[in-house]
Design a protein around this ligand. Sequence first.
Ligand code: NAP
Length: 252
Amino acid sequence: MTVGKLEGRVALITGASRGIGREIGRLFAENGADVCLNYLKSRDDADSLAEQCRAYGVRATVMQADVSQVEPAKALVEKTLADFGKIDILVNNAGVLTQALVQDMSVETWDAMIASDLRSVFLCTRFALPSMIERRYGRIINVASQLGQKGAPELGHYCAAKAGVIGFTKALAREVGEYNITANCVAPGPIDTDMVAGISESWKDMKRKELPIPRFGRVEEVAPAALLLAADPDGTIFTGQTLGPNSGDVMF
Ligand code: NAP
């Protein structure tokens, strides 16, 4: 039998097929949460994670949805509520990364980034929130980025989206605290995932040299921050915060 910090909880995790979201899904399941694992394109990866989660003795479903779009995001939340009866924990993790100098950036590139990395956070939160308010319980965890705190060349759209996530989370925290709902960010530094694999070598070299701990992190070094924010009483009085598993790239 699984005995963990999230026993009896239901978690919806967006972008759970790969990378950081995948490890958050696995760790939450290992800690006893039933999980709905959202994906966009990587069905096989989502299925294999669901199987791994079920081996911990919890319920796990997978659902394809483009969370940057209204109807799919709404359907994802509604299906999770229908399957599990509640959503205790929402992890808004799905995101993409592209690179362009602002002077060269197309409006389409800007809009696509804001949709994937910021609008998605609003949409899933907006649709999940009424049921959390009704039940007087919720843990909302938004995966931002340290680049939303410090900026980075060629990532103006990404930095704007992630700074928006941090600002949105603080505003949300002020709105929903009275309902026993917390809203926090995890803002990782560079982490070895497929996302980073796509960045140019020159950028990665530049980045490593900036880091007090001069290496990129691993997903196993990020997911515990999400667990802290999701678990009671560990995370109960964190709200509006931005936790930074970031190799020291940003310090507050
Ligand atoms: P990743 O390995 O590329 O995985 C991205 C995940 O997001 C995949 O599961 C992907 O699903 C999903 N996804 C993307 N767009 C989606 C959409 N519109 N709807 C639903 N799912 C979508 O990336 P990662 O490194 O784990 O990043 C996860 C989060 O951490 C992102 O928000 C990212 O900005 C943030 N972050 C990452 C780093 C880093 O260095 N890696 C640093 C700071 C912050 P499919 O595979 O199914 O398409």
